[in-house]
Design a protein around this ligand. Structure first.
Ligand SMILES: NC(=O)CC(=O)C(=O)O
Length: 317
């Protein structure tokens, strides 16, 4: 067993490899029961988000962008995604249509048409072989290829008397893995909404070199005010990475999505954000801010894995 000083010497300040890039979070309004309309609306808003002087490199949509957010809706709105985690693909958007996934088709075309990276929020997914349902995020490269899939790992099962009761597990199954996405800009970690509450995911992603955690999410008017921002700032500060979370806008009826999509830097500062209304939030994910933060407060070199080897297991870089 290495001594504490030997252990520390093993862990030098971790510099993140990658290049700075611009991100846009599309806080969609009007997500209703008409699925085709939801898909068209998302496409239109993404097109609009690209109409700026300096178009972003990465677009992000909110959780459940093609369906109302509710356990009874998931079976009806679920699509089969023509991709299995672990498969070497890419799967082209034309195949997505024949496999019955109009959302994947639209997302793939959008990424390809604008030559952008795209994290397509999440959609209810039906696994073709098991029939099980998942809350699933899909990721596309600039050619429109589907390059990653994240199935929400932690299901939103809560009961706050006088607040909100929600049980995703009534119709959904949780995923089984942490998802890292390698892009031209660098490595990103991906989670969905309730995943934000579990620090292990962000910790593992950061120690494996992720520059940012991206969370399509849909907190609500009960849990949003006390938790939404502080959780993101905690994930950012603990890991000295950027955190970006994209919510639907606050609706007039139905599930009361919180809104307040935001981007937080590695010091815990919120650098861009929306309020309740539909809006696109733009920010720069600046690699040098990560490296400077780590240089100044070198917690990445000061961890005492000798004192907590169970936490070190499988997560050190
Ligand atoms: N909707 C979620 O998955 C999570 C949420 O609203 C919360 O954690 O609060």
């Amino acid at each position: 067993m290495a001594s504490p000083s030997q252990q520390r010497a093993l862990h030098t300040v971790q510099r993140v490899q990658g290049s700075s890039f611009d991100i846009a979070l599309i806080q969609l309004g009007d997500i209703g029961t008409d699925k085709a309309k939801n898909i068209d609306n998302a496409r239109r808003k993404m097109d609009e988000a690209m109409q700026v002087k300096q178009p972003p490199h990465l677009l992000v949509l909110p959780e459940c962008f093609n369906s109302p957010y509710g356990v009874d809706f998931f079976p009806e709105y679920a699509e089969t995604i023509p991709f299995r985690p672990g498969q070497t693909q890419p799967t082209l958007h034309e195949k997505a249509v024949s496999a019955g996934s109009p959302s994947v088709d639209m997302l793939s075309r959008t990424a390809r048409d604008h030559k952008i990276w795209l994290i397509g929020g999440s959609i209810p997914e039906r696994d073709a072989s098991t029939g099980k349902l998942y809350n699933t995020a899909t990721v596309y490269n600039t050619a429109g290829d589907l390059i990653a899939v994240h199935r929400k790992l932690h299901l939103f099962d809560i009961d706050i008397p006088g607040g909100i009761t929600f049980k995703e597990s009534q119709t959904l199954t949780g995923g089984d893995r942490v998802t890292l996405v390698d892009t031209d800009m660098g490595r990103l970690g991906l989670g969905i909404c309730y995943d934000l509450r579990f620090p292990e995911m962000a910790m593992i992603a950061a120690r494996k070199g992720a520059m940012a955690m991206i969370y399509p999410g849909a907190f609500n008017t009960t849990t949003g005010p006390p938790y939404w921002e502080i959780l993101q700032r905690a994930r950012a500060v603990d890991n000295q990475i950027f955190v970006a979370a994209c919510s639907p806008a606050r609706p007039e009826s139905g599930y009361p999505a919180y809104g307040f999509s935001m981007v937080t830097d590695p010091t815990g500062k919120v650098i861009a954000g929306a309020k309740e209304a539909p809006e696109t939030v733009y920010a720069c994910i600046d690699v040098e801010t990560i490296n400077k933060t780590r240089q100044g407060v070198p917690i990445t070199a000061q961890r005492r894995f000798d004192a907590y080897p169970d936490v070190a297991s499988g997560t050190s870089s």
